[in-house]
Design a binder for this molecule. Structure first.
Ligand code: GLU
Length: 519
């Protein structure tokens, strides 16, 4: 327990938790990005903080129309709301980086004026030549004085070049031989030496836009981001980001970092890729994606029949666990239990079969009424007019078989006989259960059923069973012939639950039809 004094000190320095999800609209949102957003959401909710949705679209070459809408739709489906950002509003906008050019220009100037950055005129051709001339060439402290930039040219020459319309970039002037400490909430202290970094381009005059690094740091600062939670692929950028915060004099408000573990292939080594999904038959995108450039259509979790709750629960456990073996957790439980310090450093295997298991579990947890609602479009697809059936009927039907399916669409195979009478009968069941004597016994059964007043499951079961026993008939043969006539094959839920639902008249007509067809 901290002493009161320590406690109040901690309280005073505690700043509001503000995190962001900052995708670049370069295509469909990868499932790894969904996990990043989810962890940010859980963290924000848990601390009563804010989750910002920022669009990082400063690389116009990679811009893909429709990507932003796709990302927003995905989170809507998944049930991850943002508190501010593109399409959500807020006090720190605009939240699309392409609309913040003037802001970045101002901060580029700050770095230039303080000598922390410089202007470089080297053309792609010149850079290429240099790379050929110097093995492992890197634009840095050891080479910058051999290049064409504002450090080697006079002020007059530099100004004249800019005035003449020459294209330039602004590079970050990284001092060599400095140890940079990145404090990562998952990985601990990561130290790298600044000499391995190159003088990164921060701004390009050609499109008057900053690069990712500058825009990202300026925005995190201006948007008062407290924690940067993102994929491991951004860890190599973190030392540079730390240096940028220092160059601006923003050390005190520098966010905490947490780099999440990679998502790995379901089998073998390496990073999960779209090809793994195509090969093994699972989606890597939340929603179906139509690539506007290639016309290629990629499957999505939604269209493949996954419930959003299942996808969320599955993703939550890819790189984090609650410290025990609990697996099923609702969003509310995740908010309560999530903990960045319980995230693993090592990659998480993308065991997509586990997601199917979660789907089954969440189907089981749905009420029959909810499930019936989800089943209606499937019925329509199979030519059944769902409006002809009451919600009560549909709920009872799905309630009988929900334990047998992993996906809502699979309910059809388990329940088709509740909507259409069988027109043919499984051959091997007929062979086994329908003998010369069966039509006569089925005729008797029809008489028994006709006289049952309360056709609900238990009373009719009692009457039929005592009739079979009294007559000394073979229980298995009679019941299976009965089932064959009603269902079309010897499987399905409890027989008298079926007859209760389809009713006496339909049951009798199905037995009659089987007698006529099978003799
Ligand atoms: N725009 C980057 C992305 O597409 C954001 C990386 C970060 O979170 O800093 O993931």
């Amino acid at each position: 327990m901290p002493s009161n004094l320590e406690f109040s000190k901690a309280k005073m320095t505690e700043k509001r938790v503000r995190v962001r999800f900052a995708p670049s609209p370069t295509g469909a949102l990868h499932i790894g990005g969904v996990r990043t957003a989810l962890y940010n959401y859980l963290f924000a909710r848990q601390h009563g903080g804010d989750l910002i949705f920022r669009i990082e679209d400063t690389d116009s070459n990679r811009f893909v129309p429709g990507a932003e809408e796709y990302i927003l739709k995905s989170f809507k489906w998944l049930g991850i709301p943002f508190s501010e950002g593109v399409s959500f509003g807020g006090d720190h906008g605009p939240y699309r980086q392409s609309e913040r050019r003037d802001i970045y220009k101002k901060y580029v100037k700050v770095l230039l004026d303080s000598g922390k950055a410089y202007i470089a005129f080297d053309t792609p051709q010149e850079l290429d030549n240099k790379r050929k001339e110097v093995p492992n060439f890197q634009y840095d402290a050891s080479t910058r004085m051999q290049m064409r930039n504002s450090l080697t040219l006079s002020k007059e020459e530099t100004d004249a070049l800019i005035a003449s319309g020459a294209q330039y970039v602004v590079r970050f002037k990284i001092e060599p031989n400095e140890n940079i400490h990145v404090h990562d909430l998952i990985r601990g202290e990561v130290v790298i030496n600044s000499s391995i970094l190159d003088d990164k381009v921060l701004y390009k005059s050609a499109d008057e836009l900053p690069t990712y690094h500058l825009a990202n740091i300026v925005d995190d600062h201006l948007m008062e981001v407290s924690h940067v939670i993102r994929g491991e692929e951004w860890l190599p950028s973190a030392p540079l980001h730390v240096l940028l915060y220092k160059a601006f004099g923003w050390e005190d408000t520098m966010p905490e970092f947490a780099h999440l573990p990679l998502l790995l292939k379901p089998e073998g080594n390496g990073k999960l890729s779209k090809r793994d999904g195509d090969r093994l038959g699972f989606p890597v995108f939340p929603l179906e994606w139509h690539d506007p450039k290639t016309g290629e259509v990629s499957s999505g979790y939604r269209e493949s029949g996954y419930l959003p709750e299942a996808v969320i629960n599955f993703l939550a456990l890819l790189g984090w666990n609650p410290g025990n073996d609990q697996e099923l957790m609702t969003m509310e439980e995740l908010v309560r239990l999530f903990n960045l310090s319980h995230c693993s450093k090592s990659g998480a295997k993308f065991d997509y079969k586990k997601c199917i298991w979660f789907n089954h579990e969440y189907i089981m947890r749905k009420s029959d009424v909810e499930l019936a609602e989800l089943f209606k479009p499937v019925l329509q697809e199979h030519g059944v007019d769902a409006t002809k059936y009451s919600d009560d009927y549909l709920s009872k039907v799905v309630g009988l078989v929900k334990g047998r399916v992993n996906f809502v669409r699979e309910l059809w195979d388990q329940t088709r006989f509740f909507f259409t009478a069988p027109t043919d009968y499984a051959e091997k069941d007929v062979k086994k259960r329908w003998s010369a004597d069966t039509p006569r016994i089925m005729g008797e059964l029809m008489d028994i059923l006709r006289n049952i007043e309360d056709f609900s499951s238990k009373p009719s079961e009692d009457i039929v069973i005592s009739w079979i026993t009294e007559k000394g008939y073979h229980m298995g043969n009679v019941m299976n012939a009965f089932r064959l006539a009603v269902v079309g094959e010897c499987k399905g839920p409890h027989m008298f639950n079926i007859t209760e639902l389809i009713g006496k008249e339909e049951t009798l007509s199905r037995i009659q039809r089987a007698i006529n067809i099978l003799h």
